[in-house]
Ligand binder design. Structure first.
Ligand code: HEC
Length: 140
């Protein structure tokens, strides 16, 4: 159908994927804390994802006595986590799909559980904002 075609073309042109770059400051301020946060009934992401586990989501180990990564470690986390997303496309980003409930479009199985029940989860939305580059909005 003609209209359908037009819709596709508009969608492609409007896609923010092209020339999208990921925001490091937003990552450090808003995304990394999600990896440290305790969600009821779940183990924190960092617990499983900072050892030499056999999966590709690898976070640095926080130095003993500290509560957050050093600047250098955050940079390395940023590099590693950036490889798990498709800028502009949360629906293709492993970081967003693996911990999301299958009913909400997430991947079928994650050893770390269904940490986000839906795409309306506030933390999931922050991950999505980072991936789509909508990081300029002020406030929390
Ligand atoms: C109980 C341990 C555990 C916790 C907690 C956990 N994960 Fe995982 N995660 C795993 C394991 C093991 C894998 C490897 C594939 C699998 O079994 O799901 C994995 C895979 C992944 C992957 C895909 C990378 C790959 O190489 O397959 C992503 C992305 C991911 N987890 C994100 C998260 C996020 C985000 C959190 C926190 C919201 C989290 N995980 C919490 C254990 C965990």
């Amino acid at each position: 159908m003609r209209l359908a075609h037009l819709g596709t073309i508009v969608a492609i042109l409007a896609s923010p994927a092209a020339a999208q770059s990921l925001d490091y400051e937003f990552f450090k301020a808003r995304v990394e804390p999600i990896f440290l946060a305790k969600r009821p009934g779940h183990v924190r992401c960092v617990v499983c994802h900072s050892d030499r586990s056999n999966n590709s989501f690898k976070l640095e180990k926080i130095p003993p006595g500290d509560k957050f990564w050093t600047e250098e470690q955050s940079r390395r986390n940023f590099e590693a986590v950036s490889r798990l997303v498709v800028p502009g496309d949360p629906a293709k980003s492993l970081l967003l799909l693996q911990p999301l409930a299958p009913e909400a479009g997430g991947n079928a199985f994650h050893t770390g559980g269904r940490q986000f029940a839906s795409r309306n989860d506030p933390e999931w939305k922050i991950l999505a904002r980072w991936v789509t580059g909508q990081t300029a909005r002020p406030g929390k």
